[in-house]
Design a binder for this molecule. Structure first.
Ligand SMILES: [Zn+2]
Length: 60
């Protein structure tokens, strides 16, 4: 599955759970960005070969 972020052709390795929108599959890089939004949770897909580093969702 490809990352659903527009213009991104990377393999999707995370599923974003977004309270105000349908779930989306994205690559690790976009998961890091999107997971910084309030309430958004990035869940590793079974195909994920890397994990979010600790605290990635809280980085400034
Ligand atoms: Zn992406």
């Amino acid at each position: 599955m490809e990352c659903t972020q527009e213009g991104c052709e990377k393999e999707a390795t995370f599923e974003l759970h977004i309270p105000w929108a349908p779930n989306r599959a994205v690559c690790a890089a976009h998961a890091r960005v999107e997971a910084r939004a309030d309430g958004v949770v990035a869940d590793a897909l079974e195909t994920a070969d890397e994990e979010l580093p600790d605290g990635a969702a809280h980085r400034d």
